[in-house]
Design a protein around this ligand. Structure first.
Ligand SMILES: Cc1cc2nc3c(=O)[nH]c(=O)nc-3n(C[C@H](O)[C@H](O)[C@H](O)COP(=O)(O)OP(=O)(O)OC[C@H]3O[C@@H](n4cnc5c(N)ncnc54)[C@H](O)[C@@H]3O)c2cc1C
Length: 446
């Protein structure tokens, strides 16, 4: 066994693989920990639990034999990468760490009896269960929209798959001078800067391939995390005019453009909230008017993955309440919920957060199996990198601690890059984003 400090130091420096423990707390008995969902939260948890103690049996139940990563999936839409590049396999987790995999869909269960039902008809029991099923997209919350429409005509592409390729194909086929409309989701949702990064990258793509196209974001919100850095990038790259509320602290090179921007952001206060869509004509009716789109991308309201609802882990807001020290479910004993599906205090619904939560919870589960109390002062981290253009990087970075019963970050202006960064620093932000994507995937899955 590593102690907590050794574990966290090894995690931070990526040397855990070299430091697999030889001794076990559980010689003679083999606790069985089942993980529902082999995405970022589930895979990271399984790996780090095995690193803590190889004698614990860890079984991941995942419905797809290959994971398709959502982070970075907008790059498929703009053709920087292909769908294959989103695929991540589970061989290293199996062969190097001894994680067992069952490729099947969990359809229900009785968590009072510590039992899950799988689509194949099998039952799986556990000593501890960790649930990280991601999100469910509530297509029907947008009047006129549905999953069937999303799969054929108006993709959401917020969970990667066929809709991602469909949106990429639609963008390529958009007529010259066409209109790309994105409907942004209400809070809370997966990847807070993601919709705005997608709009930016689509705008950049159109600069090259469809220079008279227009990109419009319809938003039920008035702001988003990283907004000032993103808007500054849009001002520099796409003639976007920054409205007065965001101007404080902006550098002197911000321009007032006389030509209309390719990219328009219609906020809630300007009537951006969508009322309904007509799927046949791709016409969106919103509080401020209506627009006929050539390509329509709707990112609908979200809640915890469906299985979390079915198992009774969520509350009336649709997310899973947990004890914020160790992410143990408030509804069932011996069950933990990670990642996008939780009410994780102020940690955002990001891959980085899911990964950080998984590491803290791996320690907590080992403590629980050993009959110890979890660490009372856990620390989580998050950095969301985002692009305003492929060479224009920005981020929000936070460290979270428990405070007054909540998981909170320290309010600190340095969580964002300075608005006065040099062009080289901005380019470096984009390099970090790409590098993070690779090393992060390794940290979760290899
Ligand atoms: C366009 C976009 C860009 C993003 N960019 C970033 C970024 O730059 N940085 C960042 O940190 N995050 C980013 N994210 C967010 C990040 O991908 C998610 O926050 C992260 O994947 C959440 O991890 P998770 O484990 O909660 O869910 P997921 O990674 O979605 O994993 C859930 C897994 O559960 C499985 N599952 C679900 N139900 C069942 C069932 N019934 N039976 C069996 N298996 C099941 C699914 O198949 C899936 O593999 C981005 C997301 C998007 C959409």
């Amino acid at each position: 066994m590593m102690n907590r400090r050794q574990f966290l130091t090894a995690a931070a420096f990526g040397t855990l693989a070299l430091a697999l423990p030889a001794r076990s707390l559980f010689a003679g008995v083999q606790p069985h920990v089942v993980v529902l969902g082999g995405g970022v939260g589930g895979a990271t948890f399984a790996k780090y639990l095995k690193m803590q103690d190889r004698n614990v049996r860890v079984t991941v139940i995942e419905k797809n034999p290959t994971y398709m990563r959502p982070y970075g999936s907008t790059e498929v839409i703009t053709g920087h990468i292909g769908m294959k590049d989103l695929e991540v396999g589970y061989d290293v987790l199996k062969n190097k760490y001894g994680v067992e995999f069952v490729f099947d869909r969990v359809t229900g269960g009785d968590l009072d009896k510590r039992s899950l039902k799988l689509a194949s008809g099998t039952t799986m029991t556990y000593d501890k269960l960790v649930v990280s099923p991601g999100i469910e997209l509530m297509y029907d919350k947008v009047e006129g929209y549905s999953e069937a429409v999303a799969n054929t005509d108006i993709p959401s592409a917020w969970i990667p798959g066929k809709q991602t390729q469909l949106l990429a194909d639609q963008l390529k086929a958009m007529p010259q001078g066409g209109t790309f409309v994105m409907v942004a989701p209400p809070n809370p949702y997966r990847c807070p800067p993601g919709p705005y990064e997608r709009a930016a990258l689509v705008t950049e793509w159109c600069e090259k391939h469809n220079p008279t196209a227009k990109i419009i974001i319809l938003d039920p919100k008035n702001e988003f995390v990283t907004d000032k850095n993103m808007l500054l990038g849009w001002n520099r790259l796409y003639n976007f005019n920054i409205s007065a509320e965001f101007m404080e602290g902006m550098p002197s090179d911000v321009k007032i453009h006389n030509t209309p921007s390719k990219l328009e952001w219609i906020r809630a206060k300007d009537g951006g909230k969508v009322k309904s869509i007509d799927a046949n004509s791709k016409t969106v009716t919103f509080e401020g008017g209506s627009i006929k789109a050539d390509v329509l991308n709707i990112i609908p309201p979200q809640r915890a993955g469906k299985i979390a609802q079915d198992l009774g882990l969520s509350d009336d807001k649709g997310w899973c309440p947990v004890n914020l020290t160790d992410f143990a479910s408030n509804h069932f004993k011996d069950v933990y919920v990670l990642g996008d599906a939780t009410h994780g205090g102020m940690t955002p619904k990001s891959g980085f957060s899911a990964n950080s939560q998984a590491k803290v919870t791996a320690m907590a589960v080992i403590d629980a199996l050993a009959g110890r109390e979890p660490n009372e002062n856990p620390v989580w981290e998050n950095t969301c990198y985002a692009l305003a253009g492929s060479d224009y990087g920005l981020f929000v970075a936070d460290v979270f601690r428990l405070k007054e019963g909540n998981v909170m970050y320290r309010v600190n202006p340095d969580r964002y890059p300075s608005l006065h960064q040099t062009p080289a620093q901005i380019r470096l932000g984009a390099v970090y984003q790409q590098t993070w994507m690779r090393t992060f995937t390794q940290d979760c899955f290899a």
